[in-house]
Design a binder for this molecule. Structure first.
Ligand code: NAD
Length: 107
């Protein structure tokens, strides 16, 4: 259990690189520890290393999400591209839903 300096209960947060080592582990810990958190994760799933590892991490996040009160929405997209980033705002402004969203491309 980490010391919390801010209360993220019920908040929506954006994690870039959500399928990467740090982003995925952060997503999992936040889902486990914060009630009703909504995480919008964006990742381009680049092939700097084996993409199947990133897909495995996303599957892990989704499995953990189902055991918590939180929500994880994944957008496959480039955080440097405004057209992909618009999907983040679309997801955020439409209110919560347990999966889906639109582009980038949400999975
Ligand atoms: N892992 C460590 O121990 C460590 C330590 C200190 C700093 N860092 C830094 O933290 C960051 C993340 O590290 P990591 O180990 O999780 O790396 P990682 O490569 O596992 O994850 C990065 C993720 O970002 C995604 N990504 C890259 N460019 C993107 C873009 N433009 N749009 C959307 N997604 C994009 C990649 O597909 C990847 O899944 C890096 O900048 C790294 O240098 C890592």
């Amino acid at each position: 259990m980490f010391k919390k300096n801010i209360d993220l209960t019920g908040k929506t947060i954006l994690i870039t690189g959500a399928a990467g080592f740090i982003g995925a582990n952060l997503s999992i810990e936040l889902l486990k520890q914060i009630e009703h958190i909504q995480i919008i994760g964006i990742d381009s799933l680049n092939d700097y290393y084996d993409v199947s590892l990133k897909e495995y991490r996303l599957a892990q996040i989704n499995a953990i999400q189902r055991t918590t009160s939180g929500e994880f929405i994944f957008i496959k997209g480039n955080s440097r591209q405004i057209s992909d980033f618009q999907g983040v705002y679309r997801v955020h402004t439409r209110g919560g839903c347990k999966s889906g969203g639109s582009g980038g491309s949400a999975v």
